[in-house]
Structures are given as structure tokens and as C-alpha cells.
Write a new protein. Sequence first.
Length: 200
Amino acid sequence: MEAARPESMPMITPSEVIEHVYCPRFTYFMNCLNIPQHEELRYKVLKGRTLHEHRERENTSYLRKKIHCTGREISVYLASPALRVRGKVDEVLFFDDGSAGPLDYKYSEYNDYTFKTHKVQSVLYAMLIREIYRKPVHHGFICYTRGGSKVSEIVYSEGDFRNTKGILDEIFEIITSGYYPKRTSSTSRCADCCYKNICV
Ligand code: SF4
């Protein structure tokens, strides 16, 4: 495992990672130039983010039984100086094969876009759980509570962990060196971006 960075190294949240995936220049404008986003844009970028204040948790005991879950911890704050990531996961589940994994509730409807976004978050929680609990993490779950509840299982591959680690390295490379990253590959995102007037 990579050695922990110095104490002064900032830690980022899964939301910041998603913003970086949306456009790497968000990392530069927010973390290097300290220019905050407008909240309405934040909402747009993170339209699938967890809305804890409106969350409607359903009774998922049937799910836990089905997936051989033997225990859980609720609302767990996870932080890793080695990964340089911190965040709060809704549940850490423990399975009868000795592994563990995250369960996250989302007050949104399931669709492909939000699933991809939430998967990045879920992989980050999986990496945090793996490191902090020292247990293997093979799969996790996202429970969509709006528009008819749906539970999505995510089976993590080593490729998922590698790719996410690569995204983290890219973010910290920008933060520490202050280089101006490439634009998003989806230029349609620029039309209503709050940074469009300063982004060249
Ligand atoms: S204008 Fe486009 S490239 Fe620039 S920060 Fe916004 S989304 Fe990214």
C-alpha cells in the first residue's frame, strides 16, 4: 500500500471526485483558485447526490437476509489519509463470507446517468472500507428510494479500484502542481457552466 501523504495534504470528498469526473477543470477552479460554484450548478452536477434531509429509508431487512448480511453499522464517517478521501457512508454491511461493503441510499430515481455517478462514489466507499476495516470488499449496494424503490448491486473489479485510484491521483496532481487540466470531453456541459466566462 502507498505510504500516507503528509498531514498537510488535503482530503477530498466523494462529491469532489464526481465533480472532477464531470469536468477536471472544476478541480482547478475550486481547489486551486478557490472559486466556489453556484449552488444551483452544484445541484445540476450532482443531481443524483444523496438528499439526506428527504431520505425515505425503507425497511431493507429482506435485502440483508437475501445477500447474507450478518451485521451493519449506520452513518459511518470514513477517512483515509493514505487515500486522501473522507466521507460518510449510509451503512457498512458485513457478510457471512467475512467480507464487507457499502450501502448507500439515494433519494432519486434510478437511471443510467445517476447510476454511473453513484458508482464512482460507491467504489470510493468500498476502497475506504477495505482499508479501514481490513476486510475484502467484493460488492456494495445503492438503494434508490424514489419512484418505486430499486436496489442496485455493484460488483467491484480490481479495474474499478485502479481507475478510481487513477482519478484520485489526477485530482491531487492538479491540487499540488496547480496545472490547468483539459476540458471535459462533453462540451455540451459548458453551455450553462458557472465557470464558462473564465474558462479558456
Ligand atoms: S466551461 Fe466547460 S470546460 Fe470549462 S469548467 Fe465549465 S464544463 Fe469545464
